[in-house]
Design a protein around this ligand. Structure first.
Ligand SMILES: Nc1ncnc2c1ncn2[C@@H]1O[C@H](COP(=O)(O)OP(=O)(O)OP(=O)(O)O)[C@@H](O)[C@H]1O
Ligand SMILES: [Mg+2]
Length: 255
């Protein structure tokens, strides 16, 4: 099956729990609200959270005789996750080749149809899984998520280096959980240091957590909240970054 997807964008971070899945989901929704056809691929084989965040827990995708899988749909997004295939309490212990096979199937056997953007939610860390993921999927680029603290930023630096090593273009940094508790501005400073665009800061807000667990992401439940407005702005900034990359390519081709 031929992929008909304009941009495939990974959302990653060296560190766990910084809000990758939250950012991936709300960014996908923001792009959709801004008129794009969007898919969300949960590549976190160890702890898939997209089924819960999209309220698709317990649902199973259908497949036809040829083994083509129909992605599930929620809030206008097409979604696929290992969590749709395995039982929730089943410990998933994957070896490298199995991760490869699974991701290959997610791209080659899922009927994504025509998409403007496929957002890929990566697992935490900078180990083999992330490396092989970024090599296996034909990525347009990666967005990295960090919290404002120094330690998170050091972990993210490792992720940035990993993406650079495997030649995945870095599209920008999102600072999540910005506010009085964790501080602010660290993400922007780091983006400058890593020579990456800064896409925006998302405030720390308890509603994010509650809504994520209920399966209605904040962009849907509280569309005018500061967090939702931040994701809409980040989505616009990301589209500008992608557009300027395309423009640069065209001018290189012309010259
Ligand atoms: N801006 C925010 N304000 C408040 N809570 C948030 C915010 N962003 C994320 N959270 C909460 O923090 C927790 C971790 O977020 P999330 O699952 O998105 O992180 P992750 O980086 O994908 O984690 P993992 O590394 O386990 O995949 C979740 O409970 C989520 O609801
Ligand atoms: Mg996650």
């Amino acid at each position: 099956m031929q992929l008909n997807i304009k941009n495939i964008i990974a959302v990653g971070s060296g560190k766990g729990g910084v809000g990758k899945s939250t950012a991936a989901t709300n960014l996908a929704l923001a792009l959709h609200q801004q008129g794009q056809k969007v898919g969300l691929l949960d590549a976190d084989i160890y702890g898939p959270s997209i089924p819960i965040m999209l309220g698709l827990r317990g649902q199973k995708p259908a497949s036809n005789e040829e083994g083509i899988i129909e992605p599930l749909e929620a809030h206008g997004l097409k979604a696929m996750s290992i969590g749709f295939i395995t039982e929730e309490d089943q410990a998933v212990i994957w070896r490298g080749p199995m991760i490869h096979k699974m991701l290959h199937e997610f791209l080659s056997r899922v009927n994504w149809g025509e998409l403007d953007t496929l957002i890929v939610d990566l697992p935490p860390g900078t180990g083999d899984a992330q490396l092989s993921l970024s090599q296996l999927i034909p990525l347009t680029g990666a967005v990295v998520v960090t919290t404002p603290q120094e330690v998170a930023i050091a972990d993210v630096r490792r992720a940035v280096q990993m993406f650079k090593k495997v030649n995945v273009p870095l599209l920008g940094v999102i600072e999540n959980m910005n506010g009085d508790t964790f501080g602010m501005g660290g993400g922007e400073k780091a983006a400058g240091e890593w020579q990456m665009p800064f896409l925006g800061a998302v405030p720390l807000d308890g509603v994010v957590c509650k809504q994520g667990d209920c399966g209605v992401p904040i962009l849907i439940s509280h569309p005018k909240s500061p967090v939702s407005l931040a994701f809409l702005k980040i989505s616009q900034n990301l589209q500008s970054v992608l557009q300027s990359k395309t423009d640069a390519q065209i001018s290189i081709q012309k010259s």
